[in-house]
Design a protein. Structure first.
Length: 306
C-alpha cells in the first residue's frame, strides 16, 4: 500500500483545515496509508516535508493555502531529486493559486481520487537567491517593489478574508508614495535598464486569489514570465490592479512583459518582495539584488494531466 504524508496547520481556517484532513484520511482508508503531521509555527512545514521524504513516503501532501504549499515545496526541492517524492495539494486557503494552475479545485472527493490514483505531472520551479546568499524556491510567483509592499501590508491585516484583504492592503499602500526604483535587469544574458514601480514574476497565471497579471503563464514550459510596470499615478495603478481581475484582459502599454530562463535584478532601492505570497524581503534588510534560475519540470505533483 502506498504511503502518503500530509502536512497542515491545524489552526488555519478557524480549525476547518484539521477537519478536512481527518475527512481525507477516512476517505483514503484501505486505499492509501496516510500520516497526518501538524505544524506549530511558520516554516516548520519545510522541515516536516524533508523528514517525510527521508522516511521514504510515496508523496507529501500540503493541506492548506499557498503558504503551506510553498513551505512543503521548498522542503522537497531542497533534497536530492533521486529521493524527492511528489507533492500533493489539497487547497484549503483563500487564494489557492498554485492549485488553480494545476487544475485542482476545492472538491474533496475528486482530490481524494487524484491522490489514490497517483497520477503525476512535472512542473517548473525557480531558485531565487540574493547577493547575501539567502535562498528560496518559487513555484507560483514573486513580486517586488509595490507588489512586495502590498504583500507585507496584507500580512499585517486581519480582515476582510480572501482577495478583499489584498485590495485593502493595496489601497493603504497606495496612500503612501509607492516605491520607484531604477532596475538593471539581465534577462537571459540581455541587460536592460528600467525605471519601475512594480516587478512581478510568475510561473502560474494567477496570484492573490483573483489577479491575473500574466494570464498566459504556464507552469511547465521551462520559463517564468515577468512584468515590469513604469511609475504611474495612484489612480492609474488602481485601474491596472482592477483590470487584472479579468483573465481575458488585453496587454497594457503601461507594463513591459516577457519570459526568461534566468534573470538578475539589481535595484537602486532596497527591495520589498514576496515569494508565492509569503513575505520574504523587507526594505530595512537592505537587499538590492536577486537572481532567479528556472528549473524546468523539477517538481512532480499529483495533478490532472496538463
Amino acid at each position: 500500500m502506498r504511503r502518503l504524508t500530509a502536512i497542515l496547520n491545524p489552526q488555519s481556517d478557524r480549525g476547518r483545515t484539521a477537519l478536512l484532513a481527518e475527512q481525507m484520511q477516512q476517505a483514503l482508508a484501505g486505499r492509501v496509508e496516510l500520516q497526518l503531521l501538524k505544524t506549530t509555527c511558520r516554516g516548520e512545514a519545510i522541515e516536516l516535508a524533508q523528514q517525510a521524504a527521508a522516511a521514504g513516503c510515496d508523496g507529501v501532501v500540503a493541506i492548506g493555502g499557498d503558504g503551506t504549499v510553498h513551505e512543503v515545496a521548498n522542503g522537497l526541492l531542497a533534497i536530492d531529486a533521486a529521493t524527492r517524492p511528489p507533492l500533493g495539494v489539497i487547497p484549503a486557503g483563500s487564494g489557492n493559486d498554485f492549485a488553480f494552475a494545476l487544475g485542482i479545485e476545492k472538491n474533496l472527493s475528486r482530490n481524494v481520487e487524484l491522490l489514490a490514483g497517483g497520477l503525476t505531472r512535472a512542473v517548473d520551479a525557480a531558485l531565487v537567491e540574493t547577493a547575501t546568499g539567502r535562498r528560496r524556491y518559487s513555484i507560483n510567483n514573486l513580486g517586488a517593489l509595490l507588489e512586495g509592499e502590498i504583500n507585507l501590508a496584507s500580512h499585517r491585516l486581519t480582515w476582510p478574508r480572501g482577495s478583499g484583504l489584498y485590495l485593502r492592503a493595496a489601497l493603504q499602500t497606495l496612500v503612501r508614495r509607492p516605491p520607484i526604483a531604477r532596475l538593471q535587469l539581465t534577462v537571459d544574458g540581455q541587460r536592460h535598464t528600467r525605471e519601475s514601480a512594480i516587478l512581478s514574476i510568475s510561473n502560474g497565471c494567477r496570484s492573490g486569489g483573483k489577479f491575473y497579471l500574466m494570464p498566459d503563464a504556464k507552469i511547465d514550459d521551462g520559463r517564468f514570465d515577468y512584468l515590469v510596470a513604469r511609475p504611474a499615478t495612484r489612480l492609474r495603478m488602481l485601474w491596472e490592479i482592477y483590470r487584472s481581475l479579468g483573465r481575458e484582459r488585453a496587454a497594457s502599454a503601461w507594463a513591459e512583459q516577457g519570459e526568461f530562463a534566468s534573470m538578475t535584478v539589481e535595484s537602486d532601492l532596497p527591495l520589498a518582495a514576496h515569494v508565492d505570497g509569503e513575505p520574504w524581503l523587507r526594505p530595512e534588510e537592505g537587499e538590492r539584488e536577486l537572481t532567479l534560475t528556472v528549473l524546468p519540470r523539477v517538481l512532480l505533483v499529483f495533478a490532472p494531466a496538463g
